[in-house]
Design a binder for this molecule. Sequence first.
Ligand SMILES: NC(=O)c1ccc[n+]([C@@H]2O[C@H](COP(=O)([O-])OP(=O)(O)OC[C@H]3O[C@@H](n4cnc5c(N)ncnc54)[C@H](OP(=O)(O)O)[C@@H]3O)[C@@H](O)[C@H]2O)c1
Length: 250
Amino acid sequence: MSSQEISKIFVIGATGAQGLPVVGALVADRKYSVRALSRDATSRRAKALLALGNVSILEGSFADEAVLREGFRGCDGAFINIDGFNTGEKTEIYWAIRCYEIAIEEGIRFFVYGNLDYALKKAGYDSRFRAGHYDGKGRIGEWILSQNLANRDRMGAAVFTTGPYMEMAISAMTPMTPSVEDGILTWRVPLGDGAVPHVALEDCGYYARWVPCNTPSACASIVCCVDRLKSQSKADLTDNTCSIAAVRRF
Ligand SMILES: NC(=O)c1ccc[n+]([C@@H]2O[C@H](COP(=O)([O-])OP(=O)(O)OC[C@H]3O[C@@H](n4cnc5c(N)ncnc54)[C@H](OP(=O)(O)O)[C@@H]3O)[C@@H](O)[C@H]2O)c1
């Protein structure tokens, strides 16, 4: 897929933590323009996107076929991050499939799907490790890659797999927010000796921009990961600047 073929990109999730750096990177040099979906065109984040230039806001929900059709129509690229926390696993799967189908119907040339690992499958189908917001995306990521073998002449597709945002380890009110316990900066993480691939939000922007220009095949899987962080690593990172770091596992 040549980047010359893509000029206008429909983005779902544009006002989100991941979408903001993605849209910022896409319009940074005015090579692309973005049509960003938001349920509230007057929100602070929607206004921040508009202020970047080369961005328009389409108001509506991704759970609405007419809105999806309007969003894809007239665009040639798409970056789709369906908020599974908002929809729940079953609904996310349905609307992700409809996004892919309507994108083809409306003539999108390159479709990027914001994905997460298919955790259940990677855990050997052991339901103790089921995570709805991971599996809802991971199943569709695999479905898109196989579907697109048949559709590759009409639309290129890339599955963009990330993991927890590294920024959450130093942000308030996230599952990874540390606390000070007995004078010790403490992350309580259910990792044991395992490791989780994390992503930096800024990198999402870089790769969302990179993928349509550089993907050699019409059916690609891109994995974006800063590092496979073990719980001790968070303490190690902090230890450079702070002597009160520790991680407690459970
Ligand atoms: N947290 C993590 O570490 C992480 C890492 C990788 C992937 N993810 C996945 O990313 C997704 C969430 O994106 P985010 O992290 O950017 O979250 P976020 O900051 O909460 O943003 C949610 C985004 O989804 C949009 N949205 C929600 N419901 C919508 C609807 N019905 N119609 C249209 N837009 C809707 C919101 O737009 P408006 O509010 O403007 O309508 C906003 O742009 C989830 O599926 C999550 O599993 C999360």
